[in-house]
Design a binder for this molecule. Structure first.
Ligand code: TRP
Length: 382
């Protein structure tokens, strides 16, 4: 039959600069998953026009997100990196899902309520239907797992609701077309076409908060640049922002329970844990009883790790990083590969060269953050 094989899909909107929250909440996970999974990573420009139809430099934004993917270590030769609007199937399936999903489901979405604010009648219809397009992104490839930040959990639940309704309503037709696969749903097993996708939201940094206010999410729209660490900040800027980050007067606790009610402390410990690829408990074993005046420099400074040769500023470009080189090599080979690999994986595959063109300069900019938070964790300056 048409068994559904495990597949990872995720998307990032090309709006505003990426920050540490995007990196730790999503992109770092994308990189880790590619070792064991079949992955598709998408720059979702159709989502970014739901709030505002025309953007200053959408093309540039799409390229810089793609550059960040490559700079963070996503390998476009082994996995698929592409631009949503290049594949018309996303908008087409979204329309079908608009006819499956109910208005009530969309009205309940907290992201819609937040973004639409008080004047909901005046929000775009696209903003309301946003989750339906997101479900289409995922289910177009029958993706089974989606690494996302905590704030997207409700949208993944809605994706499952759409899959469940579609599978249930059309079980017989799906079977008749020979397209189904048995999917257990509650007590019953139906002939489903779409998998029931799982979100992947784990780790110490599912929600990175503002450095200035531990009750607010780190956000690209916060007026204060000191509230966030941008992926393009250099080591000095990062150190300065951490130094100025809000804290409380107490020493760090020795156990995670002691972080309750201390949002800023909790956030900084979570960031440390995520970067060092450990747990908050481990971090507190090391730093419990110490003051922020000691912890902050440790967080800002590389922790005894030497820069790898390819991360040194003076390294020749061709040695700087494997993903960087792979990015360039990928561009050269993309044409060939897309002709060769015409296995129906996805339309966007063949269009990839257009998206990755002219990324060279931007991939280098993206490496600024890689030196600090690359896959190996913070690295030393030369
Ligand atoms: N809504 C997601 C966000 O704002 C972006 C997104 C669009 C996405 N389509 C997706 C994420 C599909 C995961 C899977 O972060």
């Amino acid at each position: 039959m048409n068994a559904i094989s495990p597949r990872v899909f995720s998307g990032v909107q090309p709006t505003g600069n990426l920050h540490l929250g995007n990196y730790l909440g999503a992109i770092k996970k994308f990189v880790a998953l590619q070792e064991s999974q079949d992955c598709i990573y998408c720059v979702v420009d159709l989502h970014s026009i739901t709030a505002q139809l025309v953007h200053e430099d959408l093309k540039g934004q799409i390229r810089s997100i793609t550059a960040a993917f490559l700079a963070a270590g996503i390998d476009p030769k082994r996995h698929i990196v592409f631009n949503q609007s290049r594949v018309s199937g996303h908008a087409e399936l979204a329309w079908i899902f608009n006819c499956v999903a109910r208005i009530g489901w969309m009205n309940r979405m907290t992201q819609f309520k937040d973004k639409a604010g008080k004047d909901r009648e005046n929000a775009s219809l696209g903003l309301l239907a946003y989750p339906s397009l997101m479900a289409a992104d995922i289910l177009l490839y029958r993706a089974t797992h989606v690494p996302v930040g905590d704030d997207q959990k409700q949208h993944i639940e809605l994706t499952r609701d759409i899959a469940i309704k579609f599978n249930n309503d059309f079980s017989d037709r799906i079977a008749a077309a020979g397209l189904g696969t048995p999917i257990p749903m509650g007590e019953e097993t139906v002939n489903g076409y779409f998998p029931l996708t799982e979100p992947m939201i784990e780790g110490p940094a599912t929600r990175i908060m503002s450095l200035k206010d531990g009750s607010k999410k780190m956000s690209k729209s916060d007026p204060s640049d000191l509230s966030r660490i941008n992926l393009t900040d250099d080591a000095d800027q990062i150190a300065r922002k951490i130094k100025k980050a809000k804290t409380d007067p107490d020493a760090l606790p020795s156990e995670t329970a002691g972080l309750a009610g201390r949002a800023e402390a909790d956030n900084l410990v979570g960031i440390y844990a995520a970067l060092a690829e450990t747990t908050k408990a481990e971090v507190l074993t090391e730093f419990g009883g110490r003051q922020f005046s000691e912890f902050k420099p440790a967080l800002a400074e590389p922790r005894g790790r030497k820069a790898r040769p390819d991360q040194r500023r003076d390294a020749p470009a061709d040695r700087r990083s494997r993903p960087y080189r792979r990015g360039l090599e990928g561009r050269r080979r993309a044409g060939r590969r897309h002709r060769r690999e015409d296995d129906g994986r996805c339309e966007g595959d063949r269009r990839l060269p257009a998206v990755t063109r002219r990324l060279r300069g931007q991939a280098v900019a993206g490496l600024a953050i890689r030196r600090y938070v690359g896959p190996e964790g913070p690295a030393g300056e030369p």
